[in-house]
Design a protein around this ligand. Structure first.
Ligand code: UDX
Length: 444
């Protein structure tokens, strides 16, 4: 099995980092996309998005001839022994996952396998509702190939848990590998691909694997909304929510991660996946009061953040606000479901003006809104002459801004921190008027 070749259909975060990781483990991998320029750029060693450390590795793998890009799904599958489906499953208006790209790739796989004589394993890696692998991918591949699952081709579901901003690390060092298998033969081959990964490997039913991804994302989103709800309770008691969550997280049954209160979760997964499982559950008559509240709390939090900004400056009318961080979190240029958007919209509605800075995400953010946001070259320019600074995404370079910089550049040194970017006590002791989500903001 040493010479197994892998096709990865889809060149987003999951597809490209998976392809890179397979190549890094010695498997010749072809990543496909529908956009010609993305494939051509990949073949020059240039990834289609920013992700720390990815470009260097991609350049190395492409240079070694072990990783390549293509726009031809059928050809990529024909050249391979295993195909990973990594295409997007965006939200439809009602919240359900759009499976049209999954169906299209499954038909390409079927067309490719029609003329192939050897056994091939089809693996779904995209986040897909339970039943999709067996009720959509399997029959589509069978229909277009004329072949039989479990005989001519194998089938698995192998969810991906990587975080953007840490995608290279997470794809090379996953904390677990879940393999939902149609039969033992398929599962054995997928486990072989991961043989060098030093982490627990779990084999299970295909539908369980599909649901594990939704359940994991829903639970992580629940932890965040829980901390956010408590942040509002803590603020009323003038108690620091980070201190409270530290005490909570020390319980080994809970652990401290994902209890960081802030202005809400964004990104391409949590909002989309929690909405999708909620919509799906409701469509089959299952009520989801817990997850409904997780989503509701997440919508409250950016508006609560704007209230906090108002508390800090009285009125927003006519104020110039330095807005730091537009991406949904640091280390990515991704602005999908970023909390920056509802916050900035509300700031303009209240009569404020925004000077924004983000190390990587300004171009993508510009496409989200027509508001007359002033985009700045660097954080110094964003701070200079503004009435206060707010932080929405705590990039390292934003974390490194010092109290003396706020005092030097802002009209008055007021900071409203949406991500607990700074140590409030040291900011306050150095003369900054600090406000933050879940901090002791009450004037006593
Ligand atoms: C998430 C999951 O972590 C990952 O396992 C899955 O594969 C995809 O979805 P990602 O969206 O890249 O990954 O980012 P993550 O680090 O989980 O953060 C998501 C959002 O939650 C961000 O907006 C972040 O700021 C917010 N967050 C995270 C909090 O507000 N508090 C926390 O304690 C953690």
């Amino acid at each position: 099995m040493d010479k197994l070749k892998i096709a990865v259909l889809g060149m987003g975060y999951v597809g490209l980092t998976s392809g890179m990781a397979f190549a890094k483990h010695g498997f010749k991998s072809i990543c496909t996309t529908t956009t010609l320029s993305k494939a051509e750029n990949l073949n020059k060693g240039i990834p289609p998005f920013y992700e720390p450390g990815l470009e260097e590795l991609v350049r190395e793998m492409v240079g070694n001839g072990i990783l390549s890009g293509s726009t031809d799904n059928v050809d990529a599958v024909r050249q391979s022994d295993i195909t990973f489906i990594c295409v997007g499953t965006p939200s439809l208006p009602a919240g359900l996952a759009d499976l049209s790209a999954i169906e299209a790739t499954a038909s390409d796989i079927g067309v490719a396998l029609k003329d192939v004589d050897c056994y091939h394993v089809v693996v779904a890696k995209s986040t897909i509702p339970p039943g999709t692998t067996e009720n959509l991918i399997l029959p589509t591949v069978e229909k277009y190939s004329g072949k039989k699952a479990g005989v001519d081709f194998g089938l698995c579901m192998n969810p991906e848990f990587l975080r953007q901003g840490e995608a290279v690390h997470d794809s090379l060092n996953p904390d677990r590998i879940v393999i939902g298998e149609y039969d033992k033969r398929s599962g054995d081959i997928v486990e072989y691909v991961y043989r060098d990964y030093d982490c627990p490997k779990m084999r299970c039913d295909i539908k369980a694997a599909e649901l594990i991804k939704y359940a994991a994302n829903s639970l992580l989103a629940t932890k965040i909304s829980f901390a956010n709800e408590f942040s509002r309770i803590c603020e009323k008691f003038n108690v620091d929510v980070y201190e409270v969550m530290r005490g909570v997280g020390l319980d080994f049954r809970i652990n401290p991660r994902f209890l960081r209160a802030g202005c809400g979760f964004g990104g391409s997964c949590f909002p989309k996946d929690v909405n999708a499982i909620v919509a799906l559950a409701k469509s089959i008559g299952v009520e989801t009061p817990l997850l409904d509240s997780v989503l509701y709390t997440n919508e409250l939090q950016p508006m609560h953040f704007v209230e906090l900004i108002k508390d800090a400056v009285g009125t927003l009318d006519g104020k110039v606000i330095s807005f730091l961080g537009l991406s949904f979190k640091p280390n990515t240029d991704d602005t999908r479901a970023t909390r920056a958007l509802p916050i900035i919209e509300k700031l303009y509605e209240e009569g404020a003006r925004v000077k924004a800075y983000d190390p990587k995400a300004m171009e993508k953010f510009k496409r989200l809104t027509d508001l007359p946001v002033e985009y700045c070259e660097n954080w110094e320019e964003a701070l200079r002459g503004a009435d206060l600074a707010v932080v929405q995404s705590d990039w390292r370079e934003i974390r490194d801004i010092k109290a003396k910089d706020f005092k030097r550049l802002l009209n008055s040194p007021i900071v409203v921190d949406g991500r607990r970017t700074y140590d409030p006590k040291s900011m306050i002791s150095e003369g900054v008027k600090y406000y933050g989500i879940g901090w002791r903001n009450l004037k006593t």
